[in-house]
Design a protein around this ligand. Structure first.
Ligand code: BG6
Length: 304
């Protein structure tokens, strides 16, 4: 994006001391949201949260050192927005994996400071010839990011066409860790999951999750908070959610990380994805004029 465009964004949507637009990695436009309690960076490519840092803390999200930052390609790390499908589309395998909005440039619709002091940005995208060639539906999609002590990211699907459609998707959050082998993830005890690294075999979670190998699991029928307990750094990251009954936990481990061009070979040790998802049977039919909302709220607690 040229400097002029950044200037226009700042003129229209900049908020003194709270919202500023700038060129980010690869020259992509980013918005920086700041208040006394936290700060975040959001890229207009994919409406993608890149960073969130509550006051006095380290970065909450992991971002690959090998990520692409290019229009038409997905960013690896932060919070990719997966839509209108999670993973492979259930009835149309020709759609890109995790849908097509991650690699699109979104528009800024609104910025501001809410009554609670949180700094907000709302980004939008909608159907056009390119999306209709892949997925023949009229839609308006919005992402509202609110930043303070916690960050919340809400994905709002609106059907602007005249036929119902079905959506799945995810706020595919990548969390930064001290060492994944020492971390536990609580909140999914007793839940059933489909194990993607074992041909989607149905299994039940016993106790907290420990990651000691490639892990790719779709936990079903759960609206519970999950907590990433990173005892080495003394940090607990809490993930609450709305509009989601699926949580996906993913770490590619050694071989898959090595196969991905945009993932540093040893970086799997410093991350885990805990994704607020609509997947498996947790899909939503959205009729003409109707909306579906998916939200994740992420906060940091210090371990005692
Ligand atoms: C996870 C999936 O949600 O995303 C994994 O469960 C997948 O199977 C991962 O590998 C990353 O997907 P992508 O499209 O960003 O490489």
């Amino acid at each position: 994006m040229s400097l002029t465009d950044i200037d226009i964004l700042n003129e229209r949507f900049g908020v003194a001391d709270h919202v500023v637009f700038m060129d980010g990695p690869g020259g992509l436009p980013i918005a920086e949201l700041v208040n006394d309690e936290g700060e975040a960076r959001i890229c207009l490519l994919g409406a993608h949260v890149l960073q969130f840092k509550p006051g006095g803390e380290e970065q909450v999200f992991w971002l690959s050192s090998e990520s692409y930052f290019e229009e038409g390609k997905e960013i690896r790390g932060g919070i990719p927005v997966c839509w209108p499908c999670f993973a492979v589309h259930p009835t149309d395998e020709s759609l890109p994996l995790h849908g097509f909005v991650r690699s699109r440039m979104w528009e800024v619709l609104r910025t501001g400071v809410g009554g609670d002091g949180c700094v907000e940005i709302e980004l939008g995208t909608r159907d056009d010839e390119v999306t209709r060639a892949m997925w023949p539906h009229g839609f308006e999609l919005r992402v509202v990011v609110s930043v303070g002590k916690a960050i919340s990211v809400e994905l709002i699907t609106r059907n602007s066409g005249d036929e119902a459609f079905v959506v799945s998707g995810a706020l595919h959050s990548y969390f930064a860790l001290s060492d994944v082998r020492l971390v536990e993830i609580a909140g999914l005890e007793g839940c059933e999951y489909g194990d993607k690294v074992d041909s989607m075999a149905k299994k039940r979670q016993e106790g907290n999750i420990r990651i000691i190998d490639e892990t790719d699991r779709v936990y079903v029928d759960t609206a519970a908070d999950t907590v990433i307990e990173d005892s080495l750094s003394g940090r607990r990251v809490r993930i609450s959610k709305k509009g989601s009954r699926t949580t996906v936990v993913w770490n590619p481990w050694i071989d898959k990380a090595a196969r991905m061009a945009d993932f540093g070979d040893t970086e799997y040790l410093g991350m885990v994805c805990v994704e607020t998802a609509n997947a498996a049977d947790d899909v939503y039919e959205v009729g003409p004029g109707e909306e579906h909302r998916l939200e994740t709220i992420i906060s940091v607690e210090r371990a005692e």
